[in-house]
Structure formats: C-alpha cells, structure tokens
Design a protein around this ligand. Sequence first.
Ligand code: F6P
Length: 459
Amino acid sequence: MGRLVVVSNRIALPDHSKNGAGGLAVGLLDALQEQGGLWFGWNGEIREITGEDEPLYTEQDKNITYAACSLTQNDYDLYYSQFSNTVIWPAFHYRLDLVEYQREAWEGYLRVNQMLAEKLYPLLQHNDVIWVHDYHLLPFAAALRLHQVKQPLGFFLHIPFPAPEVLMALPDYQEILRLMTAYDLLGFQTERDAQAFLSAITQETDVVTVEKGIYQAYGNTFHLHDYPIGVDPDSISKLAQGPLPPKMQAIRKELGDAKNIIACERLDYSKGIPERFLAYESFLEKYPEQRGNIRYTQIAPTSRGEVQAYQAIRHQLETETGRINGKYGTMSWTPLYYLNQHFDRRLLMKIFRLTDIALITPLRDGMNLVAKEYLAAQDPADPGVLILSKFAGAACELTEALLVNPYDRDEVARAIYQAITMSQSERVDRHAKMMAILQHQTITRWRETFLDDLYQILE
Ligand code: F6P
C-alpha cells in the first residue's frame, strides 16, 4: 500500500494536533500515522513578496511529513477571501444574495491551485494515493494532471453541493464541473449532494454511465459516492466525562438550575444564528411562564472576519443579543448569553454534557459535526435533546432528533418547548437510536470507506 497524501487548505501542524484538534484532523492524522504519509497545504501565514521563490515549510513528526507554504496577501485575498469565501461558500450554501463575483478572483483561485499543485508535484512518489479536501481545491486535480500526475486522486467536499439551478448562477460553473471530473473519486456528505453534482453535469454535457457510481464526462472517468462524515463517539464521551477543570466548577454554577440551551459554531451566516435568536424570542413570547427557567448560551467565535458578510452578521448578533436581553431580562435573569469566543474542544464537550438542549439550526450545512458531538457527549441515562435543522446533512441520519425548519420561528419555538417537557424515557430512547448510528458511521469508518474505494481504483 502506498503513502497517503492529504491536501487541504489549512493543515493541522503537530503542535496543534491530537488534544486540541477537531475530530476531522484527528481522523486524518490517524490514517496518515498508520500508513505513513504527507500532509500538504497552506500554513496559515501571509508572506511578503520578495521576488524569490519561498521554500516550503516542512516538518517531520513520526510517520507524517508536513509540507506547507504561505500565501501572498494578493493570493490570500483572491483565492481564499474572495473566490472561496465570497463566491463558492455563499453559493454552495444557497446564499446567492451574498455572492460577489469578480473575474480577477476566479483567475486568482485557479492560479493559486496551480501554484499549490506545482509545489506538491516534486514531493510525490509514484505509488502515492492523494486525497484532497474541500471547496478551496475544486480544480486541484486538474492542476496536478498538467504535470502528468497519474496517481489516484480523491476529493471530498465537506460542504453541500447546491442544486443545479443555484450552481448555474456562478459565471464559471461549467468550468468548475469540468475541472472536478479530473478527480478519480468524488465524495460528498450525502446522497443529495452527490445527485446534485450528477444532475448538474448531466445538464451540461454527455455523461456516460459505466456502471452505477462510475461515470465518464469531458474525457474523464470518475467515481461518485456519498460518505457521511462521523465522529469518534468513544473519545468524545471520554472528554465529556473527564476530570473537571477548575473553570468548569464556575461554569456549572453559572448554568444553575435553569433548562440550558447550548449552540456552538463558527460565526457564519450559513449557521442560521440570527434566525435562531428570533425563534428563541418567539419561544419567550409563546411560553411566558418559561421565562426565568431557561437560558440560551450561544458560542460563536469570529471566523473569516475580513469578509464583509461576516462582519455584518457579527454586528447583527451583537445588536440582537442586546435587544432580546433588554426586552426580556430581569434584575436576576439573563435569557441569552452570546460568547464571541473560541472554546477549547475538551471544555466544550463537558459543557455539552451539562446542557439540556442543543439548538443546531443551520440554514444549510454539509453535515454538522457539532450535532453528532453533542449526542456523543451526553450521559446515556439522562441525555439532552437535539433540535436539528432539516437542512443539515446530519438530518439524513439523525431522524430521531427534533427536526425543524430553521426559517420557521414558531416551529423552532414549539420544538424548544417539546424538548424541555420531554420525558426522560423518550430522551433516552431517541438518544440511544441516534447513538447506534453514530457508533456505526464513525470518523474511522468514513475515512476507511473513502480510502478503500480510492485504493480499489488502483486495482
Ligand atoms: O466547513 C468547511 C470548513 O472548511 C471546515 O472544514 C473548517 O473547519 C472550516 O470551514 C474553517 O474555515 P476557515 O479555514 O475558513 O477558517
């Protein structure tokens, strides 16, 4: 078996890994560790333009080589902030109103993909298998193929793939589809995403079905499948039950006897946080007797802060928090806590275990691993309730959650009421059914299934 080469926009360098790293990084690190490998990507730094080619930053940690490069400010702006996060991200999350298309950004996106491919190419060995991640790198395989790279190339899209009529709003969508077919294996979070890709491409060109899941288009043969990403429920459960840091005693006290709602995500408009605040307000209006007995904590660390739409939503949340607390709070009760801060994952899992309800209502989401982490962190004998948007990929599997339409405030308000009044036996029952799914579809199974399929392409 050859080396595994993982390519992603950001890479988790060794000093950030394992303990503090998220589940995905840990899942990938385990695979790289087991079979030996290379992790290649951007090191998160911006460099000065010196006119000289900057050497790659490399690091060896046991079985894994890390190779990373920095970006110039111009590359970062065009490739990352503009095309990745102001064109693809909003469009793929159905927010065409937030797309700001510029041809210069598209060209920068292609150029940076080519630059990254050029840097990776000399590091490749003939029997490597290459696994590329996410929307920053849709054209990466095509860029590598220009160097006659013959190794199998797999791609996994962590975010949703939009319906064709949404995709078609992007001026370069045909080129995006064509470039994506340079991968040998295209993996999506759900069958809905994989089908959306297939119908978009079928509308554009002649697609030959070799067999179910294997297609030919634009002179390329590619495999297409869904691989719902999972978590490692056992390690999350351990983190959630682990020794309580001193900080935790204070948090436990602050949470008090009220019913506690928790939500945690990057501050992103796709997560539906302002809509959720309004749904919580509807709950306070509809069930006034519950005021004083409930507390909603929203953790949302700033993300992509240089992009205008992210600055706007941050201001919106600050305003809404003040308005809701000003309107409903009393001298002794604050209904909504909004924490624009990063929380250590180990602490977060403990907080999840102490809370009664997770309110996870993205307007669109590829999967939503927080929903799965919340479930895994619970005490199975007395678990909390998951309220989940039907537009998160996780809703395809977690049908025992209280599934809601995040745009429907009344429905979300009713779900909060249902959650706080749900009997313990119903909570236990729903939780157990969802845990069985989580135990089956783990992060390990996700990567093993994907890699098995990719290795089979070799045979
Ligand atoms: O959800 C897509 C994703 O790329 C995740 O894989 C990642 O955790 C997150 O976005 C981080 O975004 P950024 O690198 O822009 O901060």
